[in-house]
Ligand binder design. Structure first.
Ligand SMILES: [Zn+2]
Length: 314
């Protein structure tokens, strides 16, 4: 019998507490072959998440915005429905994403960037999750209009989940870029850093892209050495978060420090330092005497820090 124990149902993943994690759409990935977005967009009840370059298109009051638009509204707002993407189905009803080239001044709609929507929490988690999926896919189409193999123009297929090159036959798939984000710990203290662009007082976990040919554990250890100058040993996974800027997956880990003298990477970090576990609780409660803060609850960094502050890990 395995010594590994799984949590009891219903499982509540640590990941589910992060922003953008509430997507409940049935992605019907097995049924995308030959799927026509135009045909799905014409089905009764089809709903559309819409975007401009500035963010998600919303209607209704700002305190309780509506993110999902019916076909009539999408057409009225000028959505490019001929380039719609099938995100999936919600209780059998299709959900799609589409771009609006430009929102007219008279339209009864407005835009909001995804980060702000995740922070202010005015959208239902399932809408925010679907918007993250939609934003990543729209961004992928925007940046991958030409075949990376032969340079010819490629065409959307599979309901928008693939692009095919008519010239050389190469199939192109949406990308997801893995990023490790981690808390290096040593008993009752851990390492947090401050990027130059952070709001005053905010410290967060260090993070970086996973490189080709690298395990997650090695990426965690490499990034901590590059950014903070410390060596780490064991690495454990905690949670992940879709991060639609434009298409990352944040992979949150804890790492056990095996060296302790910090050397800051000056290009990226304004400061890096050890924090005592008790300090983290004050930062989470916004009562730290020096005014230090952690990222908002939508961010996976918040949940890594909180899990460690609560003593639930390592
Ligand atoms: Zn090609």
């Amino acid at each position: 019998m395995s010594s590994r124990s799984f949590p009891q149902f219903p499982v509540v993943d640590a990941s589910s507490r992060t922003g953008f994690a509430g997507n409940r759409l049935d992605r019907i990935a097995e049924a995308r072959t030959g799927l026509s977005a135009a045909e799905v967009a014409a089905r009764p009840g089809a709903g559309f998440y819409l975007f401009t370059d500035d963010g998600a298109v919303l209607s209704g009051p700002e305190a309780a915005p509506v993110a999902l638009h019916d076909r009539a509204a999408a057409e009225y707002l000028g959505a490019a429905l001929d380039q719609a993407i099938v995100l999936g189905f919600d209780d059998g009803v299709p959900r799609l994403a589409a771009r609006i080239p430009g929102l007219s001044d008279g339209a009864a709609a407005w835009t909001r960037d995804l980060r702000s929507l995740a922070v202010d929490g005015t959208l239902a988690p399932h809408d925010l999750g679907a918007i993250a999926q939609a934003r990543s896919l729209i961004s992928w189409h925007d940046r991958h209009g030409f075949c990376a193999n032969c340079g010819q123009k490629s065409m959307p297929s599979h309901g928008g989940y693939r692009r095919d090159c008519p010239a050389c036959g190469t199939q192109h798939f949406p990308r997801t870029d893995p990023v490790v984000i981690m808390l290096a710990v040593d008993g009752d203290r851990c390492v947090l850093g401050r990027q130059y662009r952070f709001a005053p007082g905010v410290y967060s976990c260090l993070a970086g892209f996973v490189e080709p040919g690298e395990t997650l554990e090695d990426a965690v250890r490499r990034e901590l050495y590059e950014e903070a100058g410390i060596r780490t040993g064991a690495v454990t996974y905690h949670a992940s978060q879709p991060w639609p800027f434009p298409s990352s997956l944040m992979i949150g880990c804890f790492a056990e420090a095996t060296s302790f003298d910090l050397v800051r990477e000056v290009e990226e970090l304004e400061d890096v330092r050890w924090f005592e576990r008790a300090e983290l609780s004050a930062m989470l409660a916004k009562t730290h005497p020096d005014g230090f803060l952690v990222p908002p609850a939508m961010a996976i960094a918040h949940h890594l820090i909180k899990a460690y502050a609560d003593g639930g890990v390592v």
